[in-house]
Design a protein around this ligand. Structure first.
Ligand SMILES: N[C@@H](CCC(=O)N[C@@H](CS)C(=O)NCC(=O)O)C(=O)O
Length: 88
């Protein structure tokens, strides 16, 4: 991980079709993203609610700053792919 790559964490649950679109783009771009399932892990749902006032997913944390809206998340990933850590 190069020092200036932002740390990414995706808050999601499997039954959400918007989350599946974002997960597909993450796989397509081969970028490293911590996956936080809010359905399976209560603490992930609690953090999301604490930080954003809602439990809506997908939510991408970029250096711990939350971003909602699947379209915006995918746009940001595509626009910043060069500086993101790739999975080998
Ligand atoms: N436009 C929505 C799309 C996301 C959305 O509707 N997510 C649903 C699951 S498919 C959700 O999180 N519902 C539960 C909740 O809002 O707490 C957004 O704000 O990002």
């Amino acid at each position: 991980m190069s020092s200036n790559s932002p740390k990414l964490a995706l808050y999601y649950f499997d039954a959400c079709p918007y989350c599946q679109r974002v997960l597909a783009q993450v796989a397509e771009l081969k970028v490293e993203v911590e996956l936080c399932n809010t359905f399976i892990t209560q603490e992930h749902a609690a953090k999301l609610y604490r930080d954003t006032g809602r439990t809506t997913v997908p939510c991408l944390y970029i250096d711990n700053k939350p971003m909602h809206e699947p379209k915006d998340i995918i746009k940001w990933l595509n626009a910043n792919v060069e500086q993101l850590t790739k999975i080998s």
